[in-house]
Design a protein around this ligand. Structure first.
Ligand SMILES: Nc1nc2c(ncn2[C@@H]2O[C@H](COP(=O)(O)OP(=O)(O)OP(=O)(O)O)[C@@H](O)[C@H]2O)c(=O)[nH]1
Ligand SMILES: [Mg+2]
Ligand SMILES: [Zn+2]
Length: 356
């Protein structure tokens, strides 16, 4: 296996240490750059100096649980005939409950080092939504940077930056005009060689514009947003990983209408660390900060020391993820029961047949 160029694609010790000596000599790692319904695109070094792209059928993984199927950013191992062998354990994973009524888990991206949460200075700016992204990233232990776009269209964006810093003092903020590559120097420092950065945010905020400016050429289609309500039109329709000339890897994603949070209690508590700090003084150690006597969190909000919005969003995200965890668990159980039913029906059919 040629490993000297692999770090350019994000390969590191974490992935290497998962391979036996035999696998190292008989398999090739490829990084998944896009997943379509009938096709998986990936990139790797198949004996060449330059990265080679490859298209695979997803058939091999069809029967697997959703979290065992390849997603963008995954490392997969192929044998020397370029047939799939396995998916390597992920260093990080971004997931959500899929949109719509059917409850299932959707993987957004794997092995992301830094998440760019993209929001524009216009009507899109919404702290509650930003905190949703921050919680998802914190749960996956991914480093976050807030990218504020369209500053050229905004008279004064310093108020927005101040509001963000006041609520989340540790969060790095980069304010940019995404259409102007010369304003992106601050951003480039986050995309070092081998670093994988994902762009997440509502439709029309400028994710693909930013990706194109960083790539130095138009790879992603962008579109004018509806001026009347500043809403995007969902121009990007699938996730894709790109390699800017300057190094690093950049994952563009379509704006998601509904980013239902799942399995993120730790992430939420990390983002709302101020609430967790106050909670140490609650009378009951399992206080839910609702109407319990002696609740230091509710007291702080009554005295104006904690913003009510922050506390409301904390409660909202925690209960949303609990609800989603429950419905996903129910779905898994009913899938399991259905599987058992089919198995036993098959068994009785076989018995019946053998008696004939
Ligand atoms: N003036 C200005 N226009 C911008 C900026 N960023 C994006 N735009 C414009 O906003 C529109 C939407 O940008 P896109 O990059 O397509 O938005 P997106 O986030 O990729 O949207 P989806 O793919 O739908 O999720 C395009 O017309 C861009 O030219 C910016 O910083 N300043
Ligand atoms: Mg786009
Ligand atoms: Zn409390």
């Amino acid at each position: 296996m040629r490993i000297q160029n692999l770090p350019e694609l994000g390969w590191n010790h974490f992935f290497q240490s998962q391979l036996s000596l035999e696998a190292l000599s008989s398999q090739l790692p490829f990084r998944v750059t896009a997943v379509h319904r009938t096709l998986i695109e990936c990139v790797g070094f198949d004996g060449e100096q330059q990265p080679q792209t490859l298209q695979l059928s997803p058939h091999y993984w069809r029967q697997q649980e959703p979290d065992q199927q390849p997603t963008v950013g995954d490392w997969i191992m192929l044998d020397l005939q370029l047939q799939p062998v396995s998916i390597l354990e992920r260093q990080s994973l971004i997931k959500r409950r899929s949109a719509g009524r059917e409850s299932s888990l959707q993987l957004i991206a794997a092995n992301i080092d830094t998440l760019f949460v993209v929001t524009s200075c216009n009507d899109d700016f919404n702290l509650n939504r930003i905190e949703r992204y921050l919680a998802i990233a914190a749960e996956a232990e991914i480093h976050c940077v807030l990218i504020l776009t369209k500053i050229d269209l905004c008279k004064d964006y310093s108020e927005l930056v101040a509001e963000l810093s006041h609520n989340h003092p540790q969060l790095p903020i980069e304010a940019v005009n995404a259409t102007d590559p010369s304003s992106l120097d601050g951003i480039r420092q986050w995309i070092g060689t081998g670093q994988t950065v994902a762009l997440l945010g509502s439709s029309g905020v400028g994710k693909s514009t930013l990706a194109n400016s960083l790539l130095g050429h138009d790879l992603q289609v962008t579109s004018r947003i509806r001026e009347a309500d500043s809403k995007g039109r969902h121009t990007t329709t699938s996730r894709s990983l790109h390699l800017p000339q300057s190094g690093g890897l950049l994952l563009d994603t379509p704006g998601m209408r509904e980013l239902q949070i799942v399995d993120s209690e730790v992430g939420i508590k990390t983002v709302f660390s101020e609430i967790e700090r106050l909670a140490k003084d609650c009378r009951f150690h399992d206080c839910q900060h609702q109407s319990e006597p002696g609740c230091a969190v509710v007291n702080a909000s009554k005295r104006g020391l904690l913003e009510q919005r922050l506390l409301d969003n904390y409660h909202k995200l925690l209960s949303e993820q609990a609800r989603n965890n429950e419905s996903l668990a129910e779905r898994r159980q009913s899938d399991k029961n259905l599987g058992k039913f089919y198995k036993s029906a098959m068994k009785s059919a076989m018995k019946f047949k053998s008696r004939d």
